[in-house]
Design a protein around this ligand. Structure first.
Ligand code: DGI
Ligand code: FE
Ligand code: FE
Ligand code: FE
Length: 187
């Protein structure tokens, strides 16, 4: 499926504001891909589809998590996390995406994980700092692109975890493993 067909189909599934966010993620992901040597079309497809399941029915998502043997721990955490792994499922079965790196970028765009690929990092970061995002500290995160992809990713996952802790929200283990992956003593 070509990118414009994908975009049209995604547009039909999302409210306008969310579609505008998707376009923002596409722009930021393209820029980061160019800067950090990841093929731009891969970043673009992952960006277009990353929130494809954002407005999917909760009970349906739950049934997919069970049927597809996804991590059952997901069901113990906030349903907001489900659209990422279920989005990877939709990308595969409804959009014909076969590239496992693209599917993982969609699958882990909300929580992050240990051992992320460059594409996964790019989608995680672009989702957080695309131009429509406005929160205290977002410009500082954007500027970290000068310091490399890992510096940016570490600061981004740290920001998300600090935000969740400040709101008394539980932190999904993959997010903590992601942070530890960057902060554990190296070598
Ligand atoms: O889908 P988006 O709004 O573009 O962004 P997202 O997929 O990164 O995040 C969706 C929500 O999930 C956001 O409100 C923060 C929340 N979230 C991210 N990581 C965790 C989390 N919520 C919990 N409970 N635990 C997490 O580890
Ligand atoms: Fe999302
Ligand atoms: Fe995110
Ligand atoms: Fe998003």
């Amino acid at each position: 499926m070509d990118q414009s067909t994908m975009l049209q189909r995604v547009k039909k599934r999302l409210p306008e504001k969310r579609y505008i966010h998707v376009i923002g993620v596409m722009g930021t992901a393209t820029e980061l891909a160019r800067r950090f040597g990841v093929p731009e079309p891969k970043a673009q497809v992952a960006a277009i589809l990353h929130d494809v399941a954002k407005f999917a029915d909760r009970d349906w998502m739950k049934s997919i998590i069970i049927k597809e043997n996804m991590d059952p721990l997901l069901l113990d955490y906030h349903a907001e996390l489900w659209h990422a792994p279920v989005g990877a499922y939709v990308a595969s079965y409804e959009f014909g995406v076969q590239d496992e790196d693209i599917l993982n970028a969609i699958r882990y765009h909300t929580t992050g994980r240990a051992g992320m690929s460059d594409l996964e990092k790019i989608i995680y970061i672009a989702d957080l700092v695309e131009p429509n995002r406005k929160f205290a500290g977002v410009d500082e995160l954007r500027q970290l692109k000068e310091q490399g992809l890992d510096v940016m990713m570490e600061a981004s996952i740290k920001h998300t975890i600090e935000f969740l802790v400040s709101k008394n929200q539980p932190v999904y283990p993959d997010s903590l493993k992601c942070l530890n992956d960057f902060t554990k003593q190296k070598g």
